[in-house]
Design a binder for this molecule. Structure first.
Ligand code: ACO
Length: 333
C-alpha cells in the first residue's frame, strides 16, 4: 500500500446529526407486539431517533452533519474536492450527494452517492483514501447517512425495532505520507447471500400495454436476522485479523474497536472472538439503534467530542451488512 502512496491521509474533523424525535422501546410496544425486555436483551437498544418531520429527508440530516464537520475545522467549503455520501435511503435515486454539495457551499467539489448499506461508510473512507493517496485530491468529505425509518415495515416486529435515523461525517485531508493515518484496510462482498438483507424492487404484475415492460416500486426491508447474525460474528473477526496482519499488528496493539452498531450481542461476540477487552469497544446503539451507514461516523463523532480518543491511538473500524458486504480499516488517530 505504501509503495504507491504519493500523499498520506488523515481524518481531521468529525460531525453528526440526529433527529429530535426519540422513540423508546416502551413506545415501540404500542406499535407492534414487543417489549422493552425483549428488545433490550436481544439487541441492547433502548431507544432510537426517527426523522418524522414532513418533507425532511436523508439530505437534511447529512447536510447538518457535514456542516458540523466543516465548522469543527473551519475549512472553507470551496476547498473540498470530493463529497461521498454513503447511503441506502436517498431521496432521489439519481443521488442525493449533489444536493448536499450545494447546501454546504462546496462549489468546487464533485459529489456522488455510494450504496453499500451498513458497510457504506467504511467503503466511502477507503474510496476517499484512494483519491488522496494517489495525489488526486486534498480535502474529501465522507458522509454516512440513512433514514431507514422510511423503508421499514412498521408492522414487522422482527425489523422495525432495530433501526434508527442519523448522519455522521468526517473530513479527510492529505498529509505527508509519514503521517498517514489510514494504515490498512480489507473489504469483502458475498452477493450469494444478498437476499438475507434487502430492500428489493418489486415489479407490477401487469406490463405496459404497448411496450410490454414492467415497472414497479421498492418493497420494505426484509431480513433473515439469524443468518445476518451468524455472518457478522463469523466474518468480522476474520476481516479484522487479516487487516491487522497486513501491517504486522496484533489485537494487543488496538486501543479502540468501533464496529457497525447493529446489535450489542454482535459487538460482544466479536470482541470475545478477538479476545479484546470490552472496555475498548465503542458503543452507543442503546440510544440510537442501528443507523446503518451513519452508525460508525455517529459513534466516532461522539467519542471525539467526549475527548475519549488520544493522539496516536489505534482504532479498528469494521462495517458489515447488506450485500452482503463487510470491511475493516485500521486507523492511527
Ligand atoms: N418482540 C418480541 N418478539 C419478537 C420480536 C420483537 N420485536 N421480534 C421477533 N420476535 C419473536 C419471533 O416472532 C419469534 O417468536 P416464535 O419463537 O414464537 O416464532 C422469537 O421472537 C424469536 O425470533 P427470532 O427472529 O428467532 O429472534 P432472534 O433471537 O434471532 O433475534 C434479532 C432477532 C435480534 C434480529 C437477531 O436475529 C439479530 O440480532 N440478528 C442480526 C440482525 C442485524 O444486526 N441486522 C442488521 C445488519 S446491518 C445492515 O446492513 C442493516
Amino acid at each position: 500500500m505504501k509503495s504507491c502512496m504519493v500523499q498520506g491521509a488523515k481524518i481531521v474533523s468529525t460531525g453528526s446529526a440526529i433527529p429530535s424525535v426519540k422513540v423508546s422501546n416502551e413506545q415501540m410496544s404500542s406499535i407492534v407486539d414487543t417489549s422493552d425486555e425483549w428488545i433490550f436483551t436481544r439487541t441492547g437498544i433502548k431507544e432510537r431517533r426517527l426523522l418524522t418531520a414532513y418533507g425532511q429527508s436523508v439530505t437534511d440530516l447529512a447536510t447538518k452533519a457535514a456542516l458540523k464537520a466543516i465548522k469543527n475545522i473551519s475549512i472553507d467549503p470551496s476547498s473540498i474536492d470530493l463529497i461521498i455520501l454513503a447511503t441506502s435511503s436517498p431521496n432521489d435515486l439519481f443521488g442525493s450527494a449533489s444536493k448536499i454539495q450545494y447546501q454546504v457551499g462546496a462549489v468546487n467539489a464533485v459529489a456522488f452517492d455510494l450504496t453499500a448499506a451498513c458497510s457504506g461508510f467504511v467503503i466511502g473512507i477507503v474510496t476517499a483514501f484512494q483519491f488522496i493517496s494517489n495525489g488526486t485530491y486534498d480535502n474529501i468529505l465522507v458522509i454516512g447517512a440513512d433514514v431507514l425509518s422510511k423503508w421499514v415495515d412498521w408492522s414487522d416486529r422482527g425489523t422495525c425495532i432495530l433501526f434508527g435515523d442519523a448522519a455522521g461525517a468526517v473530513i479527510i485531508q492529505s498529509c505527508n505520507p509519514n503521517f498517514n493515518s489510514i494504515l490498512s484496510f480489507h473489504l469483502n462482498t458475498d452477493g450469494n447471500y444478498a437476499d438475507y438483507l434487502s430492500i428489493a424492487y418489486k415489479e407490477q404484475l401487469n406490463p405496459h400495454p404497448i411496450l410490454n415492460l414492467y415497472q414497479g416500486s421498492f418493497k420494505h426491508i426484509s431480513m433473515n436476522g439469524k443468518e445476518v447474525y451468524k455472518f457478522a460474528v463469523s466474518q468480522v473477526p476474520l476481516s479484522i485479523i487479516s487487516c491487522l496482519n497486513k501491517i504486522d499488528m496484533s489485537i494487543e496493539d488496538v486501543d479502540w474497536l468501533l464496529l457497525h452498531q447493529a446489535n450489542e450481542r454482535i459487538l460482544m461476540a466479536v470482541a470475545e472472538k478477538l479476545s479484546i477487552s470490552t472496555h475498548k469497544i465503542i458503543s452507543n446503539l442503546s440510544k440510537y439503534g442501528n443507523t446503518s451507514a451513519a452508525s460508525i461516523p455517529l459513534a466516532l463523532d461522539e467519542v471525539v467530542q467526549l475527548n475519549k480518543i488520544s493522539r496516536n491511538d489505534i482504532i479498528v473500524i469494521a462495517g458489515f451488512g447488506a450485500g452482503l458486504t463487510w470491511g475493516t480499516i485500521v486507523l492511527r488517530w
